[in-house]
Design a protein around this ligand. Structure first.
Ligand code: FA5
Length: 346
């Protein structure tokens, strides 16, 4: 064998082993591509060798051709293998990143809960339904007749100023209390009747820790024969016991509402300060919860019921204030502020 072929032989082997070492050490597809271009590419190292083959004798040329093709094959295979390793490593990294344990129990959807006002409203509805009351709904946009006239508050009556009203174009108004549902209830159900009407009411008044312009009330009314103040007190006591589930100090004072006679206001001892005085009870130690009384004959008449034959009691409870007392909320504005950090505490 000639000297030239021996040198060629050695150079090809060196090129092959050098290329394999570079492929093994390559850390990226770019580095592999660089090796491929340098070794296998047009004008690459192997190509240079192929070009020198013309200078060899025919039997040496066959041997050199075999050697070169073998080296080319080996480098190509090594490049492919290393590329596959990169692809597999990338796949494993992705699987590691995206792996989830499908056998873990699901945390389930996040569940909300009822607003404190809705919760008390639901409890009171259940309680009164269990005592034979029907739950009624009424419109928030009311007529002047239902909100005032039929409740014995004619146009020039000073009592209209007791509740500052949002008047609407056309003479309607945003109801200032749930009492208009008494009138609708009498018209719809007729005597004897027991009805409960929860709902939102609106007053054009300034807001403080205990007063909102938009708040909730529950109206209750019972019409039957020989209904007395004793019945009224029984139902009020039953209701407060159900809401507070403990003894709370209560006081009943005479109160004026044109639609009842006699009329009362019921206060409970402030549960925010325990009666010592705070902004919620305006330092008085007591918080007014509801107005109530025996239904005025004029109201029964306006509802189509004969006051000679029937009488009844009615009450209008401040549901928003009741929620404040039950949950110890020291500012009424929190209740409709819509702040989830507040609401999630209940
Ligand atoms: C009335 O609204 C009468 N309709 C209640 C009534 C019904 C009396 C049936 C007799 C017979 P008053 O304006 O006092 O009454 O309101 C009733 C209750 O609503 C109050 O005791 C109080 O708890 C609540 N309330 C009144 N104004 C506000 C306000 N601005 N913000 C929050 N709660 C209020």
């Amino acid at each position: 064998m000639g000297y030239f072929i021996l040198m060629l032989d050695q150079s090809i082997r060196e090129l092959e082993s050098g290329s394999l070492a570079r492929i093994a050490a390559a850390e990226s597809l770019e580095a592999l591509e660089a090796v491929r271009v340098e070794v296998l590419g047009r004008k690459g190292a192997l190509d240079q060798f192929f070009k020198q083959m013309g200078r060899l004798a025919p039997e040496e040329r066959a041997r050199a051709g075999k050697l070169l093709n073998g080296a080319k094959q080996t480098v190509e295979t090594a490049l492919e293998t290393r590329k596959r390793q990169f692809a597999e490593a990338a796949l494993h990294a992705r699987l590691d990143r995206e792996w989830v344990d499908l056998t873990l129990p699901s945390p389930g959807p996040r569940r909300g809960h009822f607003h404190p006002i809705t919760r008390i409203q639901g409890e009171l509805e259940d309680l009164f339904v269990s005592m034979g009351f029907t739950v009624l709904d009424g419109p928030e946009v009311e007529t002047e007749r239902h909100n005032f006239d039929a409740l014995n508050i004619p146009r020039d009556h000073p009592a209209r100023d007791m509740q500052d009203t949002f008047w609407l174009d056309g003479g309607n108004l945003l109801r200032t209390h749930t009492s208009p549902v008494q009138v609708r209830g009498m018209e719809r159900l007729g005597p004897p009747l027991r009805m409960l009407a929860p709902g939102r009411v609106f007053r054009n008044e300034s807001v403080d820790a205990c007063h909102e312009h938009t708040f909730y009330q529950i109206e209750g009314m019972m019409v039957d024969r020989e209904v007395s103040v004793a019945h009224l007190i029984y139902f009020m006591k039953t209701m407060l016991a159900a809401v507070f589930k403990r003894d709370v100090a209560v006081r009943l004072r005479p109160g004026y509402f044109p639609f009842v006679e006699p009329g009362f206001e019921l206060d409970i001892q402030c549960l925010i300060c325990g009666g010592s005085g705070c902004p919620v009870c305006k330092q008085s130690g007591w918080v007014e919860q509801l107005g109530c009384g025996l239904v005025h004959p004029n109201v029964l008449r306006a509802g189509g019921i004969d006051p000679e034959e029937w009488n009844g009691f009615a009450f209008g409870l401040g549901l928003t204030r009741l929620a404040m007392m039950r949950y110890g909320i020291d500012d009424i504005r929190h209740l409709q502020g819509g702040d989830l950090r507040f609401l999630e505490q209940f």
